[in-house]
Design a protein around this ligand. Structure first.
Ligand SMILES: [Zn+2]
Length: 418
C-alpha cells in the first residue's frame, strides 16, 4: 500500500514538472511565432505579444495584472527590403542587414571599395570628390573602419563627403541590433556578409524603406501574486520584446532571446499562484530591452513597490540553451544571495557550476543594480543555441530546453531558503 502511494506521489510530482515544461514550451512557441512580427515596434508586434502575456498571466492565476505604458522613439523597417549587387539579389537577414539607425534608400549606386592594404585617406576623399564617384556607396570591412573611425565618421555625414552611403562587410552570421535605433543618421548604412558580397562589383540597386516611430507607446506587463506579508517583495523579470522585422517577410523570432526567459516567469507566476509565498511577488515582463533597456529603466523609476522593499530581483534573459555552466551577474547588495545560489547549486548539482561575470548594462537587471537593489542576472550563453543570437535563426526550432528545469528549480529553492 505504502509503495503504491509513493508511486502515485512520484507520478503527481512528475506531472507537475511536466506541466511546467509544457506551459514553458507553449509560451516560447507562441511568442516566437510570425504573429508577433519579432516583437518589435513595426506592425505593433511587441504590443500584441504584451497583450498575449497579459492573458497568460491571468490564466496562471495571479492576483492582478497591470500594463504599464511608456513611450520610445524607434527606427523600424516595415516596408521594402531589396538589395541587388550587380543584378544578384541578396537575402535580407542572411546576406544583408540594416544598421538600426539607418535611413531607407532607393536607387542605383556605384560602388567605391576602400583599399585596406594601402590605406590613404587623402586619396580616398580626393577620389570621392570626383564627379564620377559622387553618390557612390563606400564598401569596407567592418572591423577595419574601427582603425580609422574619424574618417568613417566623416563618410557618414553629408557635410563630410558626398558619398551616398556605406556598406560594411562582415563575416557571417549577420547580427541585427536595435540598441541605437532611437535616432536616424544622415546616410544609409548596410551590413553584408563578406561571402555574399563580391570584392569587385560595380553597382548596387536598392529599395529599402524605414519608418521612424516617434513617441511610440509600448508597455511592461506586471503580474502580482500576493504573499502573506506585504512589507517586502520579490521581483522576477524578463524582457519580451525583440528585434522586430527586416521588411515585410523577414522577422526575428527571438525564441532564446527572450521568449525563453519570459515563458519562465509565466511558469513561476503559475507556481506561486498555487503555492502562496511568504512575501508579495511581482513578475514583470519588460518591453524595450533590445532597444536599450527602455522598459526596465522606466519601471525602475516607476516601480510597483518602493525599490528599498525588494528582497531580491531575479532577471532571466536567454535560457533556451544547453550550456551546463550557468552565467550570471550580481549587484553588490546581491552577493549574500549569490552565495546561497552557489550553495544550492553545489548541493543539488543543477549546473556544473555558476560563472559570475562583471556587472554590465547588457540586460534588465542593470537599472536595478545601479539603484542598489539586490539582484542576479541569469543568462545561459555560449551553448549550442548561442550562435543564433540576434540572427533570424533564433527560432522555436533552434531553441533548446535543457536548462529550463534547472533554472526553475534553482530559483524556487532560492526563494524558499533566502
Ligand atoms: Zn537581445
Amino acid at each position: 500500500m505504502k509503495r503504491i502511494l509513493i508511486i502515485l506521489l512520484a507520478m503527481v510530482a512528475f506531472q507537475l514538472n511536466a506541466q511546467d515544461l509544457n506551459l514553458y514550451k507553449k509560451v516560447v512557441k507562441e511568442l516566437s511565432s510570425p504573429k508577433y512580427k519579432g516583437r518589435g515596434y513595426a506592425f505593433d508586434g511587441a504590443n500584441k505579444a504584451g497583450k498575449y502575456l497579459e492573458k497568460e498571466f491571468q490564466k496562471a492565476g495571479v492576483d492582478e495584472v497591470v500594463c504599464q505604458p511608456f513611450k520610445l522613439n524607434i527606427n523600424t523597417f516595415p516596408g521594402k527590403m531589396q538589395l541587388l549587387v550587380d543584378g544578384k539579389k541578396l537575402v535580407p537577414g542572411e546576406d544583408f542587414t540594416m544598421r538600426e539607425f539607418s535611413p531607407g534608400v532607393k536607387g542605383e549606386y556605384k560602388l567605391y571599395y576602400i583599399d585596406t592594404l594601402n590605406y590613404n585617406s587623402e586619396k580616398i576623399f580626393a577620389d570621392l570628390a570626383r564627379p564620377e564617384n559622387k553618390d557612390a556607396f563606400v564598401v569596407c570591412d567592418f572591423w577595419f573602419t574601427y582603425k580609422h573611425s574619424a574618417d568613417f565618421k566623416r563618410l557618414q555625414s553629408k557635410a563630410g563627403c558626398s558619398n551616398a552611403g556605406l556598406i560594411y562587410t562582415w563575416n557571417e552570421p549577420l547580427k541585427f541590433y536595435k540598441a541605437y535605433g532611437e535616432r536616424v543618421i544622415e546616410k544609409p548604412m548596410i551590413w553584408v556578409t563578406a561571402s555574399s558580397f563580391p570584392t569587385n562589383a560595380k553597382s548596387v540597386k536598392m529599395n529599402i524603406e524605414n519608418e521612424f516611430l516617434q513617441d511610440n507607446e509600448c508597455f511592461n506587463v506586471i503580474a502580482k501574486v500576493e504573499g502573506k506579508r506585504h512589507d517586502k517583495c520579490y521581483l522576477f523579470t524578463a524582457h519580451y520584446d525583440h528585434l522586430g522585422v527586416l521588411g515585410k517577410k523577414v522577422f526575428f523570432a527571438g525564441a532564446h532571446d527572450n521568449a525563453s526567459g519570459t515563458a519562465t516567469i509565466v511558469t513561476l507566476a503559475a507556481h506561486y499562484a498555487k503555492n502562496r509565498p511568504e512575501y508579495d511577488m511581482y513578475f514583470v515582463a519588460f518591453s524595450g530591452e533590445d532597444a536599450n533597456l527602455r522598459g526596465s529603466e522606466w519601471y525602475a523609476n516607476n516601480p510597483s513597490a518602493p525599490l528599498q522593499q525588494v528582497r531580491y530581483l531575479i532577471n532571466l534573459d536567454m535560457i533556451a540553451d544547453n550550456n551546463p555552466v550557468q552565467y550570471c551577474e550580481v549587484s553588490d547588495p546581491g552577493m549574500k544571495g549569490y552565495e546561497l545560489f552557489e550553495k544550492i547549486n553545489s548541493q543539488k548539482g543543477y549546473f556544473k557550476s555558476l560563472n559570475r561575470g562583471k556587472l554590465a548594462g547588457n540586460s534588465d537587471h542593470y537599472p536595478f543594480a545601479q539603484r542598489g537593489v539586490p539582484c542576479i542576472f541569469l543568462m545561459n550563453d555560449d551553448g549550442d543555441a548561442y550562435k543564433y543570437y540576434h540572427t533570424i535563426h533564433d527560432t522555436w526550432e533552434n531553441a533548446l530546453f535543457d536548462n529550463y528545469e534547472p533554472i526553475f528549480k534553482i530559483v524556487v529553492d532560492f526563494i524558499e531558503q533566502y
